[in-house]
Design a protein around this ligand. Structure first.
Ligand SMILES: *Cc1c(COP(=O)(O)O)cnc(C)c1O
Length: 398
């Protein structure tokens, strides 16, 4: 039988319905919205929904203080301010992280100090923290990325030894359990996002969680200016409550799908999950992170591979850029050569989460599509050449 032509070369896609939409249809969210309309609560500054959401988040994370705000990006800024980061300070983060985390540090006129990631998990290599602490270090920022988890207990130990506050970005893994604690609660301050693509979504929104009253007070003083500067609305809070109630169940489904994906891709060289669940960790997945080796796909460049999968109806994308590769060297201090970050910059692939909750053959479809593109990798490279970002990257490294 002839090989099925891939969609990127004009064939039919493995998933003709395309990438599943997000957020999913949710009867509880619909009911919450209808109730908002009937009660006129949708238009109020203040009402029962924000306090209810905060209480639920506080119970769920077992922290005393929850400060809702307008985005995860704002929440990171508030967390930095909350632990007292100011001009001239240093904040340590991984060289592979969400762009806005770096920018937030600059915005406070502090200096990002970049450290390398672990070659196995591609999360911050916390064993490098110790050597990168200086007298100016005012905070350590850890981010759990692409389904992986940072070794938070070890980061906590280092932070405690030096009396430096730890900020934990849990935007990508709300509800994950790490060594007996919910993600976001290993830090002095935790950060959540309710952005439109995230697992808990209100289109926009975020929250800071903390057990420290002094941090909560400092943040409140900053955001309350007679009026709130970074508000989350009643409407957003109302649709988040039912999502939080379902988070654990959905995270179970996501884990189950990723474990099927992992099994299904066993033996396929060149595409491996960046971290597989270990005993003390119950991860969750906003993106599923993979390590891509183009040489195992007949040289098919990473970005062209992602594009080919998207054409099949499967939402693969390149990961983040290495922060040291996209910012001038005067804007940060590199605590080490960041060689793993450079590697991840070129090799991370991510799969967007909505497909993990699809019923039926969705996970098999991913596996079939990956095999399909592999069979055609030589032809795709020959016909289309590198994808745009590959070209940009090779130019930027000249
Ligand atoms: C999404 C995200 C944020 C915050 O995003 P917002 O869109 O501003 O809510 C912060 N950190 C990480 C790691 C993220 O993935």
């Amino acid at each position: 039988m002839a090989k099925q032509l891939p969609a990127i070369l004009g064939g039919s896609p493995v998933r003709p319905t395309g990438v599943p939409c997000w957020p999913q249809e949710d009867p509880l969210v619909r009911a919450a919205l209808l109730k908002m309309i009937e009660s006129s609560d949708w238009g109020r500054y203040h009402g029962p929904h924000i306090p209810k959401l905060c209480q639920r988040l506080a119970d769920y994370h077992q922290v005393e203080h929850v400060l809702p705000c307008s985005s995860g990006t704002a929440a990171v800024e508030l967390a930095l301010r909350g632990v007292g980061v100011a001009a001239g300070d240093e904040v340590i983060l991984a060289g592979y992280d969400f762009k806005a985390n770096f920018q937030n540090i600059l915005r406070l006129q502090a200096t990002p100090v970049l450290i390398d990631i672990d070659p196995e998990s591609w999360q911050m290599d916390v064993t490098r923290l110790e050597a990168s602490v200086s007298t100016r270090t005012r905070a350590i920022l850890i981010s759990h990325l692409h389904g992986g988890v940072v070794d938070a207990p070890l980061a906590r130990q280092c932070a405690d030894r030096h009396g430096i506050p730890l900020i934990e970005d849990a935007c990508q893994n709300p509800g994950a359990m790490l060594h007996g604690r919910v993600s976001g609660t290993w830090g002095d301050v935790g950060v959540l996002s309710f952005g439109g693509s995230k697992l808990l979504t209100a289109g926009r929104g975020g929250a800071v969680i903390t057990a420290r009253s002094d941090v909560a007070e400092r943040i409140k003083r900053y955001i309350h200016r007679g009026n709130e500067a970074y508000p989350l609305s009643e409407m957003q809070a109302a649709i988040l409550v039912p999502q939080l109630e379902q988070l654990d169940d959905k995270n179970d489904l996501r884990r189950h799908s990723v474990s099927r994906l992992h099994d299904g891709l066993q033996g396929l060289e060149g595409l491996t999950l960046i971290q597989i669940p270990t005993e003390c960790v119950k991860p969750t997945y906003y993106k599923v992170g993979f390590r891509y080796a183009a040489e195992k796909f007949a040289g098919l460049p990473r970005d062209r591979f992602a594009e080919s999968l998207r054409a099949e109806g499967i939402a693969f994308d390149a990961g983040f850029r290495g922060l040291h590769l996209i910012h001038g060297s005067r804007r940060f201090r590199a605590a080490d050569p960041l060689s793993e970050v450079t590697c991840a910059d070129a090799k991370v692939l991510t799969l967007h989460h909505p497909i993990l909750l699809e019923e039926g053959s969705a996970i098999e479809d991913v596996i079939v599509a990956v095999h399909k593109i592999r069979e055609w990798s030589t032809e795709i490279t020959a016909r289309l050449g590198p994808a745009t970002r590959d070209v940009e990257q090779s130019l930027s490294r000249l």
